[in-house]
Write a protein that binds this ligand. Sequence first.
Ligand SMILES: [Zn+2]
Length: 289
Amino acid sequence: MIIHSAEAQQASFFTYHGGARKILVVNDGEVPYDNACFAPGVARSALSKIRNTTEHFRLPHNILVLRSGDRTVLMDAGNGHNSGGLLTANLQTAGIQPQEVTDIVLTHAHPDHICGLVQADRQLVFPAATIHLSCEEYTFWQSAAPDFSRSKEATAVLSAMQQEIRTILTSTESRLQLFSGSTPLFDFLKPVAAAGHTPGHYMFEIQSEDKSFMHMGDICHDDQVLFRHPDWGTVFDIDFMQAAQVRVAVLRQMALSGQLVFGYHLPWPGFGQVVADGEAFRWVPEINC
Ligand SMILES: [Zn+2]
């Protein structure tokens, strides 16, 4: 594999070559979040030892694009007409038109991953694309009364978010294809269940030449706090405790394997490795940009 570091300086897209399979990262922009969203229940004085708590967290949206044969696959769809939402423009800068996208694989159905599927008038942004979502995720958000009791977010906030998600799932219903388990979606993309952040949250193992790397989805939302304290979590976790347990287990396994990892919200362009650091972990970016 060759990483073109010069291209990493570009804000719109990043080219990562994997032989015959072309791999890109397209920048959907970033969204600021109040630091209260992170480490809920943890004293801000403790959090301030790791980061400046007077500043918002700024979460990038890194959209992995896999081109193989006649397939063009997006991993998640970004924030759409909400803040960020640069995916379509930056895809076109990378030479990819929306109608060329054949598949969109969703790690989960949080708005910052699915709003980019539809325009403000609910028309499909990628009209030819099949949208792959886990069965568990679809069932949870479409249920009449999802169980939010294990989240640290206010129920009113979660209920409003559910409505937003349901609107998008309804708008895209004709293109949705549900999956479950670890059966590969394509010969280069294998789902790995990682419930907790949401009930149907999945990671994906991506085959590139003779190696593979892991798209970790939303296992970690930043490169500092959740690596140092995986148990501190976020208000975005639907099952806070399960998300923390899965985060620790995944980071431990990644540190052991030393494999290349990709993160949707990790610093642009999102590639790196997880390294064990005592009982905690560190994120080591593949390139600094
Ligand atoms: Zn997210």
